[in-house]
Design a protein around this ligand. Structure first.
Ligand SMILES: CC(C)(COP(=O)(O)OP(=O)(O)OC[C@H]1O[C@@H](n2cnc3c(N)ncnc32)[C@H](O)[C@@H]1OP(=O)(O)O)[C@@H](O)C(=O)NCCC(=O)NCCSC(=O)C[C@H](O)C(=O)O
Ligand SMILES: [Mg+2]
Length: 268
């Protein structure tokens, strides 16, 4: 199992209260499975979902598994942290991370790598700080749109600065950044387009809500064959300083970017 978060293109979320979804996720090609205890689970089902998540992570998985706990200040938060601390999951995820202080408390309590979901205005403004202790940042675009009081159906333009701040916060601290979900279950072309946009913004992968979204997402976040070929030719051609490569100027940073493409291709 590869627990390197930089190799993760797809994060499949599912309600921990849904055993059929758990079975489906286990057989899927998702790079990371997220058993959700937060918004995907009805309040009445929280305790059962927590127990189901604990049982699920006892089994063998071929991909790493994370448990998303309920947020700081909710009645389920402490019990979730305790459960995750003694569970077999590789990662915890804290929703609505809004400050390093609160993130630190939750991470200490679980004692394992924790991803931070940035999904409020306060979280976006604190993203670079939170990233100092996070294993990765994840954009929570549904909550963010709600927190910013955006009209329904708004494009991603009003959240583009926030998305960029999440990528900047992650990159400044050397950790991966993951894009938010695409809610239209049947629109796989739209999902692919948003995944490609996310990659062009600098995200390493994307949050998903349905198994059908995995294949297009994994394709969008894996370097294409032409990209790999070009990266190989660039690395082979370079001897230092500024050089001509076809009709382009290349320098050291272009080679480093090409090396990252080759590394990513090897990882995924
Ligand atoms: C949205 C859904 C409730 C739709 O469910 P359903 O109508 O049952 O879908 P299908 O009939 O197409 O399902 C076919 C089979 O696939 C399984 N399935 C469905 N979704 C998943 C999944 N996410 N992972 C694994 N398996 C899944 C179904 O069980 C069916 O299996 P079978 O019966 O054996 O054929 C549902 O897709 C769903 O619950 N999605 C995830 C919702 C979720 O986790 N939401 C929280 C995270 S997203 C978020 O909030 C991000 C962030 O916080 C933010 O604010 O942006
Ligand atoms: Mg959310």
């Amino acid at each position: 199992m590869n627990s390197d978060l930089f190799a993760v293109r797809s994060l499949l979320f599912l309600p921990a209260s849904n055993p059929r979804a758990i079975a489906k996720a286990r057989d899927s090609d998702a790079d990371l499975v997220v058993l959700d205890l937060e918004d995907a689970v009805k309040p009445a089902d929280k305790d059962d979902a927590r127990a189901a998540a604990l049982e699920a992570v006892e089994a063998e998985w071929r991909m790493p598994v994370a448990i998303r706990v309920n947020g700081v200040g909710t009645e389920w938060h402490s019990a979730d942290l305790d459960a995750v601390a003694r569970s077999n999951c590789q990662f915890a995820i804290l929703p609505r991370a809004s400050s390093l202080h609160l993130f630190h408390g939750a991470r200490e309590a679980v004692g394992k790598p924790m991803l931070a979901m940035i999904e409020t205005a306060a979280g976006v403004l604190a993203a670079a700080e939170i990233a100092k202790e996070a294993a990765a940042l994840v954009a929570g675009t549904n909550d963010l749109r709600a927190d910013l009081r955006l009209p329904l159906g708004a494009t991603r333009a009003p959240i583009s600065t926030a998305l960029q701040m999440i990528v900047l916060g992650a990159r400044a601290n050397g950790i991966p950044a993951f894009d938010g979900v695409f809610n239209q279950l049947k629109d796989l072309d739209g999902l692919r387009a948003e995944a490609e946009e996310g990659r062009s913004l600098g995200f390493d992968g994307k949050s998903l809500i349905h198994p059908d979204q995995i294949a297009p997402c994994n394709e969008a976040f894996a370097p294409a064959t032409e990209e790999i070929d070009r990266a190989r030719r660039l690395v082979d051609a370079f001897s230092g300083g500024a050089e001509r490569f076809g009709d382009e100027m290349i320098e050291r940073m272009h080679i480093e970017a090409a090396q990252r493409v080759l590394q990513r291709a090897g990882r995924v």
